[in-house]
Design a protein around this ligand. Structure first.
Ligand SMILES: [Zn+2]
Length: 63
């Protein structure tokens, strides 16, 4: 018997993960969520995450 697990591609790391959160239409895996929480605004990664999150706002404007 196969157990079908729900996997989704993370919008940040593009890898399919089972656990994560949904931010509007974007799926963010647990690992990326934790990284985002612990990223300081002065870090280069922060801008990277911000750009990803900007895409969410764009798409929800038209919904
Ligand atoms: Zn991820």
């Amino acid at each position: 018997m196969n157990t079908v697990k729900h996997r989704e591609a993370c919008g940040i790391c593009d890898q399919e993960k089972e656990k994560g959160i949904h931010l509007y239409n974007l799926f963010i895996c647990c690992e990326c969520e934790q990284k985002m929480v612990h990223t300081e605004p002065q870090e280069a990664q922060y801008q990277f995450y911000l750009n990803k999150l900007k895409n969410i706002n764009k798409s929800t404007l038209y919904s």
